[in-house]
Design a protein. Structure first.
Length: 95
């Protein structure tokens, strides 16, 4: 009986909107930082991939308040910064 209850709940799962940042990085980029402009908090720090995807809280899809920075470890290139970034809205329950 408990199993039947679980299956009856599954179709009623609601949409879960979140923000998504997709960063198509330079091949020389090795580190990505995402920083809140409002609080100066580092929200994400990670290794750069050719296409890096970061799921963010939905609040970052409603205002342009993020800084996205790419760096290289050997300091051969200058950092690149994009200011005023807004996350795209995606439905987490469909991904």
């Amino acid at each position: 009986m408990a199993t039947l209850g679980l299956f009856s709940i599954l179709p009623t799962i609601q949409q879960v909107p979140v923000g998504l940042i997709e960063i198509d990085t330079d091949p020389d980029a090795e580190i990505i930082l995402i920083i809140s402009r409002e609080s100066s908090e580092v929200l994400f720090a990670g290794v750069a991939m050719s296409l890096t995807k970061v799921v963010m809280p939905i609040e970052y899809a409603t205002k342009n308040e993020l800084l996205v920075m790419i760096l290289d470890n050997d300091k051969q290139y200058n950092a690149a910064v994009l200011d005023g970034v807004r996350a795209s809205v995606i439905n987490l329950s469909e991904t």
